[in-house]
Design a protein around this ligand. Structure first.
Ligand SMILES: [Zn+2]
Ligand SMILES: [Zn+2]
Length: 222
């Protein structure tokens, strides 16, 4: 019997290294050799026993990067050797009503990696083919893994707040488990008036409303 090593969370605040039996992936699933797995705040659900039945062991970790080493029946889009990532959503069914409407995030038949199905704190992980994303060869596994959950939230904060010139905090934990806190400091944008004059540095610390007043005063004084 072939085995692989995994860290299981059992009960409350107990994690242990165990040997798991290596089995073939179920139909529609793939098996990965894990290269890296990020650590996310949502892993506390498993480790603290905040699950339906904490006595059942679960492997935490839902920011997985790995290489496919086996494909289950019916999987056609992914092949041995493909480098892929798995996030918190372990793959939608494609058949329930939300899926038929294209609302895959709210699939009725979707496991949660590291919470309701085993995750990536292991040498091997399993996932539905529909839950995979391709990972570019030029991106290291350690860099790519966090992007599969909380790192994506940070990226979105940079993308949407990069022009604000102030500390941007985004908290989307209510929609994306684990992405509860990501704070980034963006490059300050020096505000300019219509005349092209840069405002004094202190204006950067003002709120949007006060900045508007400042601009009005600035132009009135000219
Ligand atoms: Zn579904
Ligand atoms: Zn997460």
């Amino acid at each position: 019997m072939s085995t692989y090593r995994a860290f299981e969370a059992t009960g409350v605040r107990n994690v242990q290294l165990v040997e798991r039996e290596l089995v073939d992936p179920a139909p529609g699933q793939v098996r990965l050799r894990v290269e890296a797995c990020g650590v996310c705040h949502t892993d506390v659900l498993a480790v603290e026993g905040l699950r339906a039945d904490p006595s059942l062991p679960i492997v935490p970790g839902h920011e997985i990067v790995g290489v496919i080493d086996a494909v289950g029946a019916g999987v056609t889009a992914w092949h041995l050797g493909d480098r892929v990532g798995v996030g918190f959503l372990n793959g939608h069914c494609g058949e329930c009503e939300p899926c038929r409407r294209g609302n895959f995030v709210n699939c009725f038949n979707q496991a949660q990696t590291g919470t309701s199905t085993d995750g990536g704190y292991a040498e091997v992980a399993y996932a539905r083919a529909s839950g995979l994303v391709r990972i570019p060869q030029g991106l290291s596994a350690i860099d790519a893994a966090p992007l599969l959950c909380a790192g994506l939230t940070t990226f979105v904060a940079l993308q949407r707040g990069g022009n604000q010139g102030r500390l941007t905090r985004r908290s989307t934990g209510h929609r994306r488990p684990g992405a509860s806190c990501a704070a980034v400091r963006t490059q300050p944008r020096v505000p300019r008036g219509r005349c092209g004059t840069r405002y004094r540095e202190g204006a950067l610390r003002t709120t949007v409303g006060r900045t508007r007043v400042h601009r009005q005063q600035h132009h009135r004084s000219r």
